[in-house]
Design a protein around this ligand. Structure first.
Ligand code: 0O2
Length: 221
């Protein structure tokens, strides 16, 4: 039975949303476990923070219209891959690929597609690693697969993307060329900073340092 047939069994939009919310919870839990284990084994947190969201119905309808589909629940589930979205913010570029690999290796996660805008940035300068995955959600009488868009990027890439997003909306997608050029210049600076921080971190790892705790212990419920 394919994903669409399974979703046909979920009758109302609220039920569909419940499935997407459950998928976000599942992926969030997986990430917390990976982060905990990393802290335990390597004394290091690859994940700075995680944000998740369910796309608003207005945005979903807008995306369907752009793609030329009618606003039906079936079309939403089939053609909108980012109804549920998770953004993972890491310190270093190397963390991004490690997290992506660890998630992809989990047997219940099916990777549908990957877009590596780090190796191949967008013309705007946008850099991020995107995965569309599906995870099984076990309901009382059936199992359904839910798609989740996972965006993984560094703190610096995220800083750039949030400013660019604001500028994009402010100018309704038609920002002046001079601003676009400055954004590309900033994106290059972000890449240089990420590279330098990665090299610095590698260098620091070669020293054995007595790290003094600042007394704050991360608590994940
Ligand atoms: P929002 O408001 O963030 O949700 P798709 O239409 O998703 O099937 P697309 O657009 O090729 O196909 O997907 P892509 O390129 O993977 O982009 C998906 C998301 O990445 C976008 O979602 C943005 O969140 C982010 N993104 C992509 N390009 C840029 C960019 O140039 N700048 C910034 N700041 N973010 C970008 P939405 O739904 O377009 O927007």
């Amino acid at each position: 039975m394919d994903v669409n047939e399974k979703y046909d069994q979920v009758e109302s939009w609220n039920e569909v949303l419940l499935v997407y919310r459950s998928a976000l919870k599942e992926i969030n839990t997986k990430l917390e476990i990976l982060n905990d284990e990393f802290q335990h084994v390597h004394r290091y947190n690859p994940i700075e923070h995680i944000k998740s969201r369910i796309k608003t119905s207005e945005s979903i309808v807008k995306k369907l219209k752009k793609k030329g589909y009618e606003s039906t629940i079936g079309n939403m589930v089939e053609h909108v891959d980012d109804i549920a979205g998770i953004r993972i913010i890491c310190s270093f570029t190397s963390d991004i690929y490690q997290i992506a690999e660890m998630l992809a290796n989990q047997t219940d996660i099916h990777v549908i597609s990957v877009k590596d805008y780090i190796k191949k940035p967008k013309a705007s300068g946008y850099k991020s690693y995107h995965m569309i995955v599906s995870v099984p959600i076990f309901l009382s009488d059936k199992t359904v697969n839910a798609k989740v868009e996972i965006q993984i990027r560094t703190v610096a890439m995220d800083f750039w993307a949030s400013l660019e997003h604001k500028i994009h909306y402010k100018f309704e997608g038609n920002a002046p060329e001079s601003i676009k050029a400055e954004l590309v210049e900033c994106a290059n600076m972000v890449s240089a900073l990420d590279e330098k921080m990665l090299q610095l971190n590698k260098e620091v790892q070669t020293y054995s340092i007595n790290q003094e705790s600042d007394g704050w212990v991360e608590f994940i419920p």
